[in-house]
Design a protein around this ligand. Structure first.
Ligand SMILES: O=P(O)(O)OC[C@H]1O[C@H](OP(=O)(O)OP(=O)(O)O)[C@H](O)[C@@H]1O
Ligand code: HPA
Ligand SMILES: [Mg+2]
Length: 186
Protein backbone atom coordinates (compact mmCIF):
# COMPACT_ATOMS: atom_id res chain seq x y z
CA UNK A 1 0.00 0.00 0.00
CA UNK A 2 1.18 3.51 -0.73
CA UNK A 3 0.43 6.13 1.87
CA UNK A 4 -2.84 7.19 0.19
CA UNK A 5 -6.00 5.22 -0.33
CA UNK A 6 -9.71 5.63 -0.97
CA UNK A 7 -12.72 3.80 0.43
CA UNK A 8 -15.12 2.16 -2.02
CA UNK A 9 -18.53 0.94 -0.85
CA UNK A 10 -18.81 -2.85 -0.91
CA UNK A 11 -21.88 -3.58 1.25
CA UNK A 12 -24.57 -1.12 2.27
CA UNK A 13 -26.46 -1.06 5.57
CA UNK A 14 -29.32 -2.89 3.81
CA UNK A 15 -27.04 -5.60 2.37
CA UNK A 16 -25.55 -6.20 5.81
CA UNK A 17 -28.89 -6.23 7.62
CA UNK A 18 -30.32 -8.80 5.20
CA UNK A 19 -27.36 -11.15 5.64
CA UNK A 20 -27.33 -10.76 9.43
CA UNK A 21 -31.04 -11.56 9.55
CA UNK A 22 -30.61 -14.66 7.37
CA UNK A 23 -27.71 -15.95 9.47
CA UNK A 24 -29.65 -15.35 12.71
CA UNK A 25 -32.63 -17.25 11.37
CA UNK A 26 -30.51 -20.32 10.62
CA UNK A 27 -28.70 -20.16 13.96
CA UNK A 28 -31.94 -19.79 15.95
CA UNK A 29 -33.43 -22.82 14.17
CA UNK A 30 -30.31 -24.96 14.72
CA UNK A 31 -29.87 -24.11 18.42
CA UNK A 32 -33.50 -23.97 19.57
CA UNK A 33 -33.77 -25.52 23.05
CA UNK A 34 -29.97 -25.66 23.53
CA UNK A 35 -27.68 -23.81 25.92
CA UNK A 36 -25.72 -21.60 23.51
CA UNK A 37 -22.62 -19.59 24.35
CA UNK A 38 -21.80 -17.02 21.67
CA UNK A 39 -18.12 -16.03 21.72
CA UNK A 40 -17.23 -12.89 19.81
CA UNK A 41 -13.67 -12.27 18.67
CA UNK A 42 -12.41 -8.85 19.74
CA UNK A 43 -12.32 -6.32 18.54
CA UNK A 44 -13.61 -6.58 14.99
CA UNK A 45 -16.65 -8.80 15.61
CA UNK A 46 -18.25 -6.54 18.23
CA UNK A 47 -20.60 -4.70 15.87
CA UNK A 48 -21.62 -7.84 13.99
CA UNK A 49 -22.24 -9.77 17.23
CA UNK A 50 -24.38 -6.95 18.63
CA UNK A 51 -26.59 -6.96 15.54
CA UNK A 52 -26.66 -10.75 15.20
CA UNK A 53 -27.83 -11.54 18.75
CA UNK A 54 -30.61 -8.97 18.47
CA UNK A 55 -31.94 -10.87 15.45
CA UNK A 56 -31.86 -14.21 17.28
CA UNK A 57 -35.16 -15.46 18.63
CA UNK A 58 -33.48 -17.75 21.20
CA UNK A 59 -31.77 -16.83 24.48
CA UNK A 60 -27.96 -16.91 24.42
CA UNK A 61 -25.08 -16.09 26.71
CA UNK A 62 -22.33 -13.94 25.23
CA UNK A 63 -18.64 -13.68 25.95
CA UNK A 64 -15.55 -12.45 24.13
CA UNK A 65 -12.03 -13.52 23.35
CA UNK A 66 -9.33 -11.10 22.30
CA UNK A 67 -7.12 -12.21 19.42
CA UNK A 68 -4.81 -10.11 17.38
CA UNK A 69 -2.56 -10.88 14.43
CA UNK A 70 -2.85 -7.88 12.10
CA UNK A 71 -1.52 -5.05 14.23
CA UNK A 72 -1.59 -1.93 12.07
CA UNK A 73 -1.06 -3.63 8.71
CA UNK A 74 -3.10 -5.29 5.97
CA UNK A 75 -1.47 -8.71 6.26
CA UNK A 76 -1.50 -11.21 9.10
CA UNK A 77 1.84 -11.56 10.86
CA UNK A 78 0.97 -15.25 11.16
CA UNK A 79 1.37 -15.22 14.91
CA UNK A 80 -1.89 -15.07 16.79
CA UNK A 81 -1.85 -13.52 20.22
CA UNK A 82 -4.60 -14.04 22.82
CA UNK A 83 -5.12 -10.59 24.30
CA UNK A 84 -8.20 -11.33 26.47
CA UNK A 85 -9.60 -14.63 27.75
CA UNK A 86 -13.33 -15.52 27.94
CA UNK A 87 -14.69 -15.65 31.49
CA UNK A 88 -17.57 -18.07 30.77
CA UNK A 89 -17.07 -21.81 31.27
CA UNK A 90 -16.62 -23.61 27.94
CA UNK A 91 -16.71 -27.25 29.06
CA UNK A 92 -19.85 -29.07 27.95
CA UNK A 93 -21.33 -25.97 26.26
CA UNK A 94 -22.45 -25.43 22.68
CA UNK A 95 -20.18 -22.65 21.48
CA UNK A 96 -20.77 -20.40 18.50
CA UNK A 97 -17.71 -18.37 17.51
CA UNK A 98 -18.60 -15.05 15.91
CA UNK A 99 -15.99 -13.51 13.62
CA UNK A 100 -16.18 -10.43 11.44
CA UNK A 101 -13.90 -11.91 8.80
CA UNK A 102 -12.00 -15.10 8.05
CA UNK A 103 -9.07 -14.13 5.85
CA UNK A 104 -6.08 -16.50 6.09
CA UNK A 105 -7.96 -18.50 8.73
CA UNK A 106 -4.96 -18.40 11.09
CA UNK A 107 -6.83 -16.57 13.88
CA UNK A 108 -9.74 -18.95 13.69
CA UNK A 109 -7.47 -21.99 13.60
CA UNK A 110 -5.77 -20.81 16.81
CA UNK A 111 -9.11 -20.04 18.42
CA UNK A 112 -10.59 -23.43 17.55
CA UNK A 113 -7.57 -25.12 19.15
CA UNK A 114 -7.97 -22.92 22.25
CA UNK A 115 -11.64 -23.92 22.54
CA UNK A 116 -11.12 -27.62 21.78
CA UNK A 117 -8.66 -27.82 24.69
CA UNK A 118 -11.54 -26.75 26.97
CA UNK A 119 -13.89 -29.64 25.97
CA UNK A 120 -17.00 -27.86 24.62
CA UNK A 121 -20.07 -29.96 23.64
CA UNK A 122 -19.80 -28.48 20.13
CA UNK A 123 -18.15 -25.58 18.31
CA UNK A 124 -19.37 -23.87 15.16
CA UNK A 125 -18.28 -20.68 13.46
CA UNK A 126 -20.34 -17.79 12.18
CA UNK A 127 -18.40 -15.28 10.06
CA UNK A 128 -19.87 -12.22 8.40
CA UNK A 129 -17.25 -12.34 5.65
CA UNK A 130 -14.90 -14.97 4.25
CA UNK A 131 -12.07 -14.43 1.76
CA UNK A 132 -11.74 -17.87 0.15
CA UNK A 133 -8.81 -16.85 -2.09
CA UNK A 134 -6.63 -16.15 0.95
CA UNK A 135 -7.38 -19.09 3.23
CA UNK A 136 -4.09 -20.67 4.34
CA UNK A 137 -5.61 -23.26 6.65
CA UNK A 138 -8.81 -25.25 6.24
CA UNK A 139 -11.49 -24.09 8.64
CA UNK A 140 -15.13 -25.10 8.50
CA UNK A 141 -17.50 -22.16 8.66
CA UNK A 142 -21.04 -23.34 9.37
CA UNK A 143 -22.58 -19.88 8.97
CA UNK A 144 -20.87 -17.65 6.41
CA UNK A 145 -22.30 -14.31 5.29
CA UNK A 146 -20.50 -12.74 2.32
CA UNK A 147 -17.77 -14.44 0.30
CA UNK A 148 -15.62 -11.46 -0.65
CA UNK A 149 -12.82 -10.87 -3.16
CA UNK A 150 -9.16 -10.61 -2.13
CA UNK A 151 -9.41 -7.00 -0.94
CA UNK A 152 -8.79 -5.41 2.43
CA UNK A 153 -12.11 -4.29 3.89
CA UNK A 154 -12.99 -1.81 6.62
CA UNK A 155 -16.07 -0.57 8.44
CA UNK A 156 -18.78 -2.31 10.50
CA UNK A 157 -16.18 -3.22 13.13
CA UNK A 158 -13.25 -3.87 10.81
CA UNK A 159 -10.25 -1.58 11.02
CA UNK A 160 -7.14 -0.50 9.22
CA UNK A 161 -4.64 0.60 11.89
CA UNK A 162 -7.59 0.95 14.34
CA UNK A 163 -9.47 3.33 12.03
CA UNK A 164 -12.89 3.00 10.34
CA UNK A 165 -14.46 0.50 12.78
CA UNK A 166 -17.31 2.94 13.44
CA UNK A 167 -18.48 3.14 9.81
CA UNK A 168 -21.93 1.53 9.47
CA UNK A 169 -21.20 0.11 5.99
CA UNK A 170 -18.38 -2.03 4.58
CA UNK A 171 -15.77 -0.57 2.20
CA UNK A 172 -12.73 -1.84 0.33
CA UNK A 173 -9.50 0.01 0.86
CA UNK A 174 -8.27 1.04 -2.58
CA UNK A 175 -4.86 2.48 -3.35
CA UNK A 176 -5.30 6.07 -4.50
CA UNK A 177 -3.68 6.86 -7.85
CA UNK A 178 -0.28 8.49 -7.38
CA UNK A 179 -0.39 12.17 -8.32
CA UNK A 180 0.91 12.85 -11.84
CA UNK A 181 0.49 9.18 -12.88
CA UNK A 182 -1.87 8.60 -15.85
CA UNK A 183 -4.55 5.95 -15.57
CA UNK A 184 -3.76 2.99 -17.90
CA UNK A 185 -6.73 3.75 -20.22
CA UNK A 186 -5.93 7.48 -20.58
O1 LIG B 1 -8.20 -15.04 9.03
P1 LIG B 1 -7.10 -14.18 9.56
O2 LIG B 1 -6.07 -13.85 8.49
O3 LIG B 1 -6.47 -14.73 10.80
O4 LIG B 1 -7.75 -12.75 9.90
C1 LIG B 1 -8.96 -12.58 10.56
C2 LIG B 1 -8.80 -11.89 11.87
O5 LIG B 1 -8.06 -10.68 11.71
C3 LIG B 1 -8.79 -9.59 12.22
O6 LIG B 1 -8.43 -9.33 13.54
P2 LIG B 1 -7.24 -8.34 13.94
O7 LIG B 1 -6.00 -9.14 14.22
O8 LIG B 1 -7.13 -7.25 12.93
O9 LIG B 1 -7.76 -7.76 15.32
P3 LIG B 1 -9.00 -6.76 15.52
O10 LIG B 1 -10.27 -7.57 15.34
O11 LIG B 1 -8.84 -6.27 16.91
O12 LIG B 1 -8.89 -5.67 14.49
C4 LIG B 1 -10.23 -10.05 12.13
O13 LIG B 1 -11.04 -9.35 13.03
C5 LIG B 1 -10.15 -11.51 12.42
O14 LIG B 1 -10.21 -11.79 13.81
O1 HPA C 1 -9.81 -7.35 5.09
C1 HPA C 1 -9.63 -7.15 6.32
N1 HPA C 1 -9.96 -5.97 6.92
C2 HPA C 1 -9.78 -5.72 8.23
N2 HPA C 1 -9.24 -6.59 9.05
C3 HPA C 1 -8.88 -7.79 8.53
N3 HPA C 1 -8.33 -8.85 9.14
C4 HPA C 1 -8.17 -9.78 8.22
N4 HPA C 1 -8.59 -9.36 7.01
C5 HPA C 1 -9.05 -8.11 7.18
MG1 LIG D 1 -7.82 -5.46 12.85
Amino acid sequence: MTGRFDLRLLYSREDIAAVVRALAKRIAADYAGKDLLVVGVLKGAVIFLADLIRELTIPVEIDFIGLSSYGDGVTSCGEVEVTAFPAAPIEGRHVLVVEDIVDTGLCLDALLKFLAARSPASVRVCALMVKPARHRVGVEIAYAGFAIPDKFVVGYGLDFAQRYRHLPQIYTLEEAPVEGQLASND
